[in-house]
Design a protein around this ligand. Sequence first.
Ligand SMILES: Nc1ncnc2c1ncn2[C@@H]1O[C@H](COP(=O)(O)OP(=O)(O)OP(=O)(O)O)[C@@H](O)[C@H]1O
Length: 314
Amino acid sequence: MSPESPPLAQLRGVHHRYGRTLALDGIDLSLRGGEVLALLGANGAGKSTAVAAMLGLLKPDAGEALLFGRSPGLLAARRRAGVMLQSAGIPENSRVAELLALTRSYYPSPRTVDDCVALAGLEGLLDRRYGKLSGGQQRRVQFALAICGDPEVLFLDEPTTGLDIDARQRMWTTIRAIVADGAAVLLTTHYLEEAEALADRVVVLNRGRVAAAGRLHEVRALVSQRRISCLSALDAARISTWPGVRSASRGADGNPARIEVLADDAETVVRRLLAEDAALSDLDVRRAGLADAFLEITRSNSTDRDADVAREAA
Ligand SMILES: Nc1ncnc2c1ncn2[C@@H]1O[C@H](COP(=O)(O)OP(=O)(O)OP(=O)(O)O)[C@@H](O)[C@H]1O
């Protein structure tokens, strides 16, 4: 993937309201071949609305959506894209094999049925009626329908919700293989470890605006905090009052001997920990993960926005 390659899917300055609710407030997004872009945000942040606009399922009030440089409503553009949405609207009485055959028929050069079964984990499910499958099995069928056309762009709206760990890992493996072949994937997820495992780039939405965007490590680096972990008998409540410490807790990983400290100034805090507890052991210091970054970005963004609103109201 090169930053110069033209975007396969794009939103430009998109605004959208549902009645009085401002769902998208000037969003720019672009998705290029060979990358996974993770769209993150709290409930109601605008992720599904952004995906719907990219697919031409809703017409934004302002701005434009482009799929392969064209209107996303055009059949020619849609036949190069695969979609897995939260509400699938799949007929319950149909058998999985029929659903797969019908969806494959929409695409010019679909994957073989065997490939779809292997990639989506549909072994033993082809003769079953969709409505009789478990939630996780239905999710796998939806994934198979999304990838069966061998699409160049794949939209996955919370694809692994309801999947067990094995099924989730398998879907991740398939997504990685599809991207390695040059496709682009737009993924919305509430599982930050999913974004961490798959995404090249991350866009964090907050109240319909882009709160942060960048490569995974750049977004993570927006958070200067470090997570310090060690075995120590020191009092966690007392550590949490030290300068440079955001929080301290004991036994977070189930081990009552372990203390975890979230610190802005890791070096000073580590020096003091070592000075106060000569028996301290198993020290580990790491950059805060995407989950910490996400929380901090959305929290500080909300605070800024609240301040804006308060200023406007004044
Ligand atoms: N059809 C609709 N009619 C009215 N309001 C809507 C509609 N769809 C979404 N909204 C509102 O628009 C905002 C953005 O919703 P959206 O579904 O895009 O968020 P999301 O980030 O996908 O949330 P979630 O993580 O819960 O799926 C929310 O305030 C939501 O209540």
